[in-house]
Ligand binder design. Structure first.
Ligand code: ADP
Ligand code: ASP
Ligand code: MG
Length: 450
């Protein structure tokens, strides 16, 4: 049994500066974490993304000044932490890599997804190097290793949104991280990044460090997974949208997974899958206020309220496809989904009538104009943008009489564009114009959570 392994993940705000790093290191020490997964320092991934966008048009001088911002931020943390020269040398190597990579991209005026992933990986690689020193200063009892997660986190080659290969990861974790299990060693490592079978660096998608931590927890059969962020756990809705949120102390895997999938940024959508497979309880807490209770995500919480929380997924587009020939015909939906499949676009929700079908997709999908063109071959396509998907998440939702009318009474005069109800016992969701989101959430929160 591999009881006792604690995997802790610290997000960008918990890595923001030397003070935040010291606070996070104290938590990792107190929690006896053996695998500590970190994000890039706050804002660094955004700057790297900005760089990847400017390389194709900007001058080298402009690129250089953006690179310098990243270097200065990291050097200032290094100096405040008074890291040893080995650490500054390692950072210097990464700064060189950053400069060379961006120079190459800028010369070619090309930012391929593969090059972008190598570029983005530097955020986590630099922060983990700094954080391992920070933890080292606190724990002179144990040797802290800054471990390159790419030795273990094998993915496919879908750059920008790579999928983990769990079988390989388990094997590689057994090879490289055995000391965690048997010698009590502590590893600081990177979230978000991985490596494909050809040795190229990949990333799991924005916010993917939560997922990395869950993947490692699963591969090592961890006892628990801790996600340390800037809020004291999961709240009944996004505190930035509604000021009256309440903390949730315990929530089930399924409900938390629905929350994450339907837009609660506090967890990356796929985080809970490996945790569920391994039945690993997940704690979400604030690295700024670690004494606060936080949230436990478990298999069987005692309470299963009808409505536990609400989430919002922004930037949704509603595509309505109408074709009178659909009436009593077979194979129409099959052909519609074939188009989405060909374009590798994922559909979030769907409703159908006799002669039309409505589907929601993320706005970014519309960059793919060929999708609409191909759909138009199947019927008349109507596109509505600037929508948000509002979800109520809880238990037994699809079998509770009167719930839908309660929801619409609470919403009052707010215009609802599409409803998805019945497919999930944990979710009721509908589309509204994005300007109506705070009002819709406010009214529903007052009615169902109080
Ligand atoms: P990290 O950098 O630590 O991964 P994120 O910014 O990705 O942190 O996630 C934390 C943020 O998630 C919070 O600051 C909060 O604004 C947002 N959030 C959205 N929905 C919720 C919710 N239901 N409960 C708590 N936080 C939420
Ligand atoms: N640094 C990455 C991002 O900002 C991954 C993460 O923080 O989870 O998206
Ligand atoms: Mg996050």
């Amino acid at each position: 049994m591999n009881q006792g392994i604690v995997v802790s993940k610290f997000g960008g705000s918990s890595m923001a500066d030397a003070t935040a790093m010291r606070r996070s290191a104290a938590i990792a020490h107190k929690q006896n974490s053996s695998i500590i997964v970190v994000s890039a320092t706050y804002g660094t991934t955004n700057i790297l993304v900005e760089l990847s966008k400017m390389v194709t048009t900007a001058t080298w001088e402009n690129c250089k000044s953006t690179i310098q911002k990243i270097i200065d931020n990291h050097l200032s943390i290094a100096s405040e932490l008074e890291v040893p020269s080995q650490c500054t040398n390692d950072l210097d190597e990464m700064f060189k890599e950053l400069t060379t990579l961006v120079r190459g991209m800028n010369l070619l005026k090309e930012a391929t997804p593969k090059a972008c992933d190598s570029l983005f990986s530097l955020g986590e690689r630099m922060s983990s190097r700094l954080f391992s020193e920070c933890l080292n200063q606190l724990r002179d009892d144990t040797e802290i290793e800054c471990f390159d997660v790419r030795k273990v986190l094998r993915t496919n080659s879908q750059y920008g949104k790579a999928a983990p290969n769990f079988e390989e990861i388990k094997k590689l974790a057994d090879q490289h991280l055995l000391d965690v299990k048997y010698a009590g060693r502590v590893f600081v490592t990177q979230g978000f990044i991985g490596k494909d079978a050809n040795g190229a660096t990949t990333t799991l998608g924005r916010g993917g460090s939560d997922y990395s931590a869950a993947i490692l927890a699963y591969a090592l059969g961890a006892e628990k997974l801790e996600i340390w962020t800037d809020v004291a756990g999961i709240a009944t809705t996004d505190p930035r949208i509604c000021p009256d949120t309440k903390p949730i102390n315990v929530i089930s895997f399924q409900e938390a997974a629905e929350l994450a999938t339907f837009g609660a940024k506090v967890l990356h959508p796929t985080t809970l899958l490996p945790a569920m497979w391994g039945d690993i309880p997940v704690f979400v807490g604030s690295s700024f206020e670690p004494e606060k209770e936080g949230t436990w995500i478990r298999k069987n919480p005692e309470e299963r309220p009808l409505i536990r929380a609400m989430a919002v997924r922004k930037d949704q587009t509603l595509l309505t496809l109408k074709n009178p020939n659909m009436l009593h015909a077979h194979g129409f939906l099959f052909n519609v989904f074939k188009v989405f499949n060909n374009h590798e676009v994922s559909v979030d929700s769907i409703t159908t009538s006799e002669i039309s079908v409505s589907l929601t997709v993320d706005d970014s999908t519309l960059l793919n104009k060929n999708l609409i063109r191909d759909l138009e071959e199947l019927g008349e396509v109507h596109v509505e943008e600037d929508l948000s998907l509002v979800s109520l998440i809880g238990n037994n939702i699809n079998h509770t009489p009167g719930l839908a009318s309660d929801i619409f009474n609470a919403l009052g005069d707010i215009n609802v564009r599409m409803i998805c109800f019945g497919a999930s016992k944990h979710n009721f969701c509908f589309l509204v114009n994005e300007t109506m989101v705070p009002e819709a959430i406010g009214r529903l929160h007052k009615r169902f959570i109080g």
